[in-house]
Design a protein around this ligand. Structure first.
Ligand SMILES: [Zn+2]
Length: 120
């Protein structure tokens, strides 16, 4: 959306009785509006679910972030494992092993965190 468009819609919203709030949109950081008892972001043109604490935002988005992380990690582990299989150079093997060790460690930490979040 062009920014003139955004400003126009914002003033339209205010004219029709919407209230500008101190809270901001978690997506685009624009101020949120209360329109007919609903919280809306004018820029995203979407209703926004009010989240009181930043930790709640984190808890809500963490499982998704973790599964993305795990996907990335497992594809790198896969890649490095196949490189390791082919490698005959001691230095390369050492570097690959170290990289794999930290990837595997991170993977386990991510799994553990995901389990902890599930228990709540
Ligand atoms: Zn927004």
């Amino acid at each position: 959306m062009a920014s003139e468009d955004y400003v126009r819609r914002m003033s339209d919203a205010l004219r029709s009785g919407a209230k500008m709030l101190a809270e901001i949109c978690p997506v685009c950081n624009s101020p949120l509006f209360e329109v007919d008892n609903e919280l809306r972001c004018i820029r995203c043109d979407k209703p926004v679910v009010r989240v009181h604490e930043e930790t709640e935002v984190l808890a809500a988005s963490t499982p998704l972030v973790l599964s993305k992380l795990e996907n990335a990690l497992s594809s790198k582990i896969d890649l490095l494992t196949s490189l390791l299989q082919k490698s005959a150079d001691p230095d390369e093997i050492r570097i690959l092993s170290e990289a794999l060790a930290s990837l595997v460690k991170l993977f386990h930490e991510s799994r553990r965190l995901a389990e902890t979040l599930k228990k709540k």
